[in-house]
Design a protein around this ligand. Structure first.
Ligand code: FES
Length: 212
């Protein structure tokens, strides 16, 4: 199919974009996964990335920006190698999430909403991430850990800094830094996340190219 020229995206991501656009009857329906791709290309969702997505989908810049600004997982500025998201909604709050957040802020040297000077961490508080039964819940690059204490939260940051895992796996982090799970997660996770931009499927996950 014909497609607007993608000036600076990598070959694999251009191919992913083509597949995405081919998989929807309407090009505009591909706007959200294309915004993930634009984030992967530039490390965050910048203005040129949104312009590119507008050209690919036929949407206006305003329409693309309205989607991008609605969802907090589209990062509009640089994020650290590890994005640590601490849920502070009611269940987690009642189970001590504020103390978990404080410990993570201190150990990572990243106050809530900021990125550490060395670019290792970004820390943010988030609304409910659907793991209330395992509160307090934390995510690293959107990989979940349940039952995190302040001590475990600090340990998690130390481990990320020292071990610098290329891929973060929920199962591994749960084993090391979590406690009570809200439910049995079932079979072990195979992939994990390799980037602080939204993962899901092949976008920023450890899944191989071409896997959908
Ligand atoms: S309130 Fe924290 S996961 Fe639901």
């Amino acid at each position: 199919m014909s497609m607007a020229v993608i000036s600076d995206w990598s070959g694999p991501n251009q191919e992913r974009a083509r597949r995405l656009l081919d998989s929807y009857p309407e090009k505009r329906s591909a706007v959200m996964p294309l915004l993930y791709l634009a984030s992967l290309e530039h490390g965050y969702l910048d203005a040129p990335g949104m312009t590119q997505v507008a050209e690919l989908t036929g949407l206006t810049s305003a329409q693309v920006q309205s989607v991008a600004s609605f969802y907090t997982m589209y990062k509009r500025d640089h994020v650290g190698k590890y994005l640590v998201s601490v849920c502070t909604s009611i269940s987690c709050f009642l189970m001590g999430a504020d103390d978990v957040l404080a410990a993570i802020e201190e150990e990572s040297t990243s106050p809530d909403g900021s990125t550490s000077a060395d670019g290792t961490f970004s820390v943010e508080h988030v609304e409910c991430i659907g793991a209330c039964g395992g509160a307090p819940a934390v995510q690293v690059n959107y990989e979940l850990i349940e039952g995190v204490t302040p001590e475990k939260g600090a340990g998690l940051c130390k481990w990320l800094r020292d071990a610098a895992p290329a891929v973060v796996l929920a199962d591994e982090m749960q084993e090391l830094f979590g406690s009570i799970r809200s439910f049995d997660w079932g079979s072990k996770e195979a992939d994990g996340a390799v980037a602080p931009v939204p993962a899901f499927g092949p976008y920023g996950s450890a899944a191989k190219d071409g896997k959908s």
